[in-house]
Design a protein around this ligand. Sequence first.
Ligand code: ATP
Ligand code: ZN
Length: 286
Amino acid sequence: MSSILRIALQKSGRLSEDSYQLFKECGIRFDYGTGKLKSVSSNFPAEFLFLRDDDIPGYVEDGVADLGIVGENVAVESARTIDTVHRLGFSKCRLSLAIPRGNEWNGIQDLSGKNIATSYPLILGNYLREQNISADIHVISGSVEIAPGIGLAEAICDIVSSGSTLLSNGLKEVEVIFRSEAILIARSTLETEKQSLLDKLLFRIKAVQAAKNNKYIVLNAPNVALDQIKSLLPGMKSPTVTPLATEGWSSVHSVINENDFWENIEAIRSAGAQGILVIPIEKMIY
Ligand code: ATP
Ligand code: ZN
């Protein structure tokens, strides 16, 4: 039988939509939703399993799944022997310490001998050890932010994205201890055939990610400005320059990194460029 990759995704939650979207952009089709537990792709040798995120690292380690997408926080906390294959850039959040808003904060030493409620005892324990702080870790599995209000703990360590949950529970963030994003994890010992399917998948994921970070740019420029504009728009190899019907002018096509765009656009305009179009790229292969 030919090989098939078994990929575990969060069934429904903060990772799900972006995970499904990623495979869609990689051209890998499968059905999901309405209580489905698994689904075979119609155009790639992959089967998808829909699970709770906390169970994914264990299933990957045990070989029930070959790959999975989870938050790095969950992967690290699970302490499972799995490989991080690729960082995916979505579901970004941080694991932070928070205390009641009215309390003073002079630094991490304030937590010495205190009770801290968390669902992340391993990550918190490691952090406290590094900081040489001895405190009691009180493990609770959900609604950690209510712990100080009901007298269970003097501080909490929990996932924060906007901070609004902390605020509505009368807490303030005082220290970030871990930054997380979604990651692609794999079993450490993949068979050769599965490894080559993973390589194919990674090739597509990288092309999709590169496209997101870059834009196609088209502009008109007077020929006297071409050297300067070419140096501002190096592109993947070099820009394409074609003459316009108007004497002394050319059209320049190139690719520009999103981060460089606003930095360079003024210089490009000052050099004499006109009619600048910036167009999204769907896939980008170096
Ligand atoms: P499940 O029912 O699958 O156990 P859950 O309730 O444990 O889901 P979610 O709240 O869906 O988990 O979060 C999944 C992951 O998304 C978290 O482990 C974290 O990595 C990330 N995450 C959590 N909160 C946010 C947020 N507010 N914004 C972005 N990403 C987040
Ligand atoms: Zn969960």
